[in-house]
Design a binder for this molecule. Structure first.
Ligand SMILES: Cc1cc2nc3c(=O)[nH]c(=O)nc-3n(C[C@H](O)[C@H](O)[C@H](O)COP(=O)(O)OP(=O)(O)OC[C@H]3O[C@@H](n4cnc5c(N)ncnc54)[C@H](O)[C@@H]3O)c2cc1C
Length: 480
């Protein structure tokens, strides 16, 4: 039967498309239903890839602006950013990667069903609306059958009550990646990864940037020392941070946005901005999916799953941004969704699988300076009654950092005293989003600080900061 599959996956984001490839590798007949004009989901089209492409432009501008320091002579007086070129380069990168997923689908004989899927009873999916790539015929209305269904419908940006997104003056990250002009003034609501990344991008491009954060510090989920370092660096760069401050009103007009915020002392602060970027989080995409109609248990709109990503309905699994595991927040990250997709594919193929340890998820924030972290913060370790010892090492001491002119930040290791086990590693500074990989492996292998001390780090590299921070937990950093 042409419309019958072993596995149908709804959504071709980093959860869905990776699950599809793994299922196909394991011999399953697979289809993916995707309603967008391209494969890859939030990460490739609106998230990780376009934002990091813009950050690379910002970095290029930073280096060129410091040309004199590098001994490079540039005839033009002031380097400036050309948004047309920025956008077209970013779009080329996105298209290259989404086409790459299409290629992988063909290679693995995965069918892309172009349209919007709705669950329609046991093992059945209705394609309710086709939205094919331009020039292609719609896959059209049809019913598909599958032995197993994986829901990977992801998330979308959401606002908070009272703040209406008009997508022009009051925008989300979906619009912020595509701005044709650099706003003169940009106010950003929320200082999670998305908020601080756009702060770095647009400040470097020339905007006057203010971040408003409800909690008392920037990047509030990171270690407190990391937040303090970021705030210090942002201040130097001219990014204003209003922490402990709540946006109470935002009204978009023809010329800008009038914003009111309540400061920690209860006073009202008024701000105006060309653009207000709402970066206060994302919510699950389940509208019209029919999940509840077929008996799938939900919680606050998220699909409830167990540690093997089974929903309450047999033969329906769910992964990625759209799920909740019940206790604690589920990280909405591309690599998390992919790991969950691989796990489900292997479970469906009868392989032995183990639950994912969410304490070992790397968190990377690509602002300038970058942040990479894994495991418990110092405060969390203390809350859990660990007798902790902490070692920090500043990047600024390293020869490699001096050569690169990237001397901000540090690596901080939180270990426990009894067995010397590493509980968390927190870094802010150059290449932190790359360096964190070693820390993830260290936590996964339950390494001690001593083992990290004995692990040789090449010289001259940024990674020496990790080895030195391990030394520092024993009070024996060599270069301090
Ligand atoms: C600005 C921004 C920056 C980010 N940066 C990073 C980063 O640097 N690193 C990182 O790890 N994460 C990052 N993320 C988060 C990351 O993008 C998500 O965690 C990840 O994309 C989730 O993958 P997913 O497969 O669960 O869902 P999604 O990627 O959201 O994919 C879901 C797909 O399902 C499709 N779909 C939904 N409903 C239906 C339906 N009924 N029928 C057919 N198709 C449907 C959607 O069109 C979409 O393509 C970022 C997110 C944003 C917004």
């Amino acid at each position: 039967m042409p419309n019958s599959y072993d596995v149908i996956i709804i959504g071709a984001g980093t959860g869905g498309y990776v699950a599809a490839i793994r299922c196909a590798q394991l011999g399953k007949k697979v289809a993916v239903v995707e309603k967008q004009k391209a494969l890859g989901g939030t990460c490739l089209i609106w998230g990780c890839i376009p934002t990091k492409a813009l950050l690379e432009h910002a970095h290029a501008l930073k280096v060129i602006t410091a040309a004199k320091e590098w001994g490079v002579t540039i005839p033009a007086a002031t380097p400036a950013i050309d948004m047309n070129q920025v956008q077209s380069r970013k779009d080329r990168i996105v298209t290259g990667l989404t086409k790459g997923v299409e290629f992988l689908f063909k290679k693995n004989k995965i069918d892309w069903i172009k349209g919007t899927a709705r669950l329609a009873g046991k093992g059945k999916i209705e394609i309710v609306e086709g939205d094919p790539p331009s020039g292609e015929a719609s896959t059209g209305k049809q019913t598909l059958e599958a032995k197993e269904i994986i829901i990977a419908t992801g998330s979308s940006a959401r606002s908070i009550p009272g703040i209406d997104i008009d997508h022009k003056r009051i925008i989300t990250s979906d619009e912020a990646i595509g701005l044709k002009d650099v706003p003169k003034t940009l106010v950003i609501m929320g200082s999670g990864a998305v908020g601080v990344e756009f702060a770095s991008i647009y400040r470097r491009f020339g905007s006057d940037v203010t971040i408003i954060e409800l909690l008392p510090r920037l990047v509030p989920l990171e270690d407190e020392a990391v937040s303090a370092e970021l705030e210090k660096s942002f201040r130097k760069q001219g990014i204003k941070a209003l922490t402990g401050t709540k946006v109470t009103k935002a009204v978009a007009g023809a010329n800008g946005v009038e914003i009111e915020a309540q400061t920690p002392d209860g006073k009202t602060q008024k701000l105006t901005a060309d653009v207000l970027l709402v970066a206060t989080g994302r919510g699950p995409v389940t509208t019209g999916l029919g999940a509840e109609d077929v008996g799938v248990s939900m919680e606050r709109g998220y699909i409830k799953v167990d540690e093997m990503y089974r929903t309450s309905v047999p033969n329906i699994s769910a992964i990625g941004d759209v799920i909740t595991l019940g206790s604690g927040a589920h990280p909405q990250l591309a690599h998390v969704s992919s790991a969950e997709g691989i796990l489900v594919a292997e479970r469906l193929a009868g392989l032995e699988v183990r639950p994912i340890n969410y304490d070992h998820v790397p968190n990377c924030t690509y602002c300038d300076p970058e942040i990479g972290s894994v495991g418990l913060t110092e405060a969390e370790a203390k809350q859990k009654n660990y007798d902790v010892r902490v070692g920090s090492f500043p990047f600024g001491v390293l020869g490699r950092a001096k050569m690169a002119g990237e001397t901000e930040g540090f690596v901080k290791i939180v270990a426990e005293k009894k067995y010397d086990e590493i509980l968390g590693v927190h870094m802010i500074g150059p290449r932190s989003t790359e360096l964190v990989a070693e820390a993830v492996l260290a936590l996964r292998l339950e390494c001690t600080a001593e083992e990290l001390i004995k692990t040789m780090h090449a010289h001259p590299t940024f990674s020496e900061a990790v080895g030195e921070a391990a030394h520092a937990t024993h009070g024996a950093a060599i270069h301090l």
